[in-house]
Design a protein around this ligand. Sequence first.
Ligand code: ATP
Ligand code: MG
Ligand code: MG
Ligand code: MG
Length: 581
Amino acid sequence: MVLRMSTLFLRTLREDPVDAEVASHKLLVRAGYVRRAAPGIYSWLPLGYMVLRNVEAIVREEMNAIGAQEVHFPALLPREPYEATNRWEEYGDTLFRVVDRKGGDYMLGPTHEEMFTLLVKDLYSSYKDLPLSLYQIQTKYRDEARPRAGILRGREFVMKDSYSFDVSDEAFMRSYEAHRGAYIRIFDRLGLDYVVVAAMSGAMGGSASEEFLAIAESGEDTYVRSPGGYAANVEAVRTPAPAPLPYEDAPAAHVEDTPDTPTIETLVDDLNARFPRQDRPWTAADTLKNVLVILHHPDGTREPLAVGVPGDREVDEKRLGAQVDPAVLEPFTEADFAAHPSLAKGYIGPGVLGEKNTSGIRFLVDPRVVDGTRWVTGADRHGKHVVDLVCGRDFTPDGTIEAAEVRDGDPAPDGSGPLETARGIEMGHIFQLGRKYSEALGLQVLDENGKLVTVTMGSYGVGVSRAVAAIVENSHDDAGIVWPREVAPADVHLVATGKDDAVFDAAESLAGELDTAGVRVIYDDRRGVSPGVKFKDSELVGVPTIVVVGRGLADGVVEVKDRRSGERHEVAVADAAEHLR
Ligand code: ATP
Ligand code: MG
Ligand code: MG
Ligand code: MG
C-alpha cells in the first residue's frame, strides 16, 4: 500500500512544541508521529503507530526465537496480589489506583510480576513443566513524578515484559542468558548505540540485574565505563564490602568530632524541621529500622539519602542475638516517602548501605552511643562528604557501612582501568528475581525427588514506546529524523515536484512498481505544494531514501538521495524501481 501525502493523516509542524526539551520529543511531534493528550500521555498517529509496530515486531521475533510464548494480561489489575508482595504500598504515588463501583481497589499495572507468578502457579505443578518463559507487549501505567521528554518517559507507555520460571538457579542462568542474547539482537536491530551495564534492582527486588542503556546525552541515567570493558550504572558501582567486624573492633578513628557534630536532640529537631513525618514527629526512639542517612554536600546543603524499612527484624535479631523491641519498629509510611521523594528505601545493616540506596556514596561510619541511643556520623573515603546516620540503640553490632562513589578517573572495581562517566537512556532491564515473588505468592513445583521446591524467576523489560524516542535521540540531524530502515514507516519517500502532469504520472507509476516489489512507499502526490515544503517534509519524516521526480524527468532521470549521508545521485527513470528495491 502506497501512503499518499495528499490523504495521509499528517500535519507537519515548523515550530517545536513549547514543552519539548529533547530532540526526539520535538521531532516526533513536529513530524506528526505522536500528539500529546495529557502530561506524559500520547496518541500515536499513523506514521508513529507504524514505527511502534515495527519495533514491536522486532521484539516479538526475538522473544519467540528464544522460545518465549506471548500472552496478554489485563492492564486493570486487582489489589490483592500486589498486597501479598507489599507492592501496593511500596509503589507509592507511582501507582495509578482505581476504585470500582463497589468500592473495590484496583490498579493500572506498572509491571506484572505478581500476575504472571499467579498464572503459572494456577496451571503448573511439576519440574517437568519448566523451564518456561512468558511475555507480553502491553501498555503500562506509572504516575511518574516528572513525565518529561515526550514518550521517553510517559505515564502510559508500552513495555515488553517477560518472566522466566526455572526449577533451580543453574537452570535460571540459562533463561537469563537466553534473554540477554535476545536483548542484544533486539537493540542491534533497532539500530541503537547502546551499552550493557550492571544495575541495581530498584523496586523489583532480587539480586542481579543488567541494564541496556542507549548512549545519549539526554539520558537520565549516568553510567561508568572503563577501557577494559567494565560498565555499570553509577547506582550499582560497589566495591566489595569489608567483612563485618564485631562492634568492639569497628574502626573508631575514621571520623573526627567537629564542633557541629550534632547531638541526638539536635538531630531529631533537625529531622522534624526539615523532613517532617506525616503522622507523628520523629523521636529518638525512631530506631533500628527507622534509619535516616543524610548526605551533607560540600556546599553545606543536606539531602536525605536512605532509610531503613521494616521487614528484616529476624535478621537483626539473629545478628544481635537478642529480641528486638517491637516498640521501635514502627515503620515509615508511604506518605513519608511521598513527602520526600529523594528518600531511597532500603535495609541498612552491617557492611551494607540499604540495597536500594541509590546514592552511590561510599562511607565508613563510626558508631557511638549517646544517651543510650546509638548514632553515627561518617565521612566518605575521599573525605568529600559527611554523612549522618541516625539510628537507634543496638542498631548494628558493627558500624562499617559501605557503598561506593565514583568519579571520573577512579579505578574500575574489577581493575580494568580508570572510569569515565557518560549518560544513557534505560532501554531494557533484565533481573534475577530469585524467589522473591514465588515465595510471596507460593509458586512451588515438585522436583525429581517429589520434593516441593520454590520456583526461581527472572523478569525482563524492554521499553517499546521509549525505543521509538531513543532511536530518534540516537539518529537525527538538524533537518529531522533519520530512521534505521527496519523501524522506518517506509523505505522510500517519493516526491513529485512542479505542476507537470507527466511528472506526476511518472511518479505514480514508479510508486506502483515499488509497491509491487514490496518496497514501502510514502508518495508526496500533493498538488500545489512547493518543492521546498515537500523536501523539508521528507527530511523531517526521516525515511531512509528520498526520491525526487521533477525537472530531471525531461532527461529521463530521477534523483535518489540517501537521508542519512545526504549523498545524491541520478538514476534513469526506467531503472529506478529495480535500483531501489
Ligand atoms: P527508569 O529508570 O527509566 O524509570 P525503570 O527502571 O523504572 O525505568 P523498569 O521497571 O526496569 O523501568 O521497566 C522496564 C523498561 O520499561 C525500562 O527499561 C524502560 O525501557 C521502560 N520504561 C520504564 N518506565 C518508563 C516510562 N515511564 N516511559 C517509557 N518507558 C519506560
Ligand atoms: Mg522508573
Ligand atoms: Mg531504572
Ligand atoms: Mg529498570
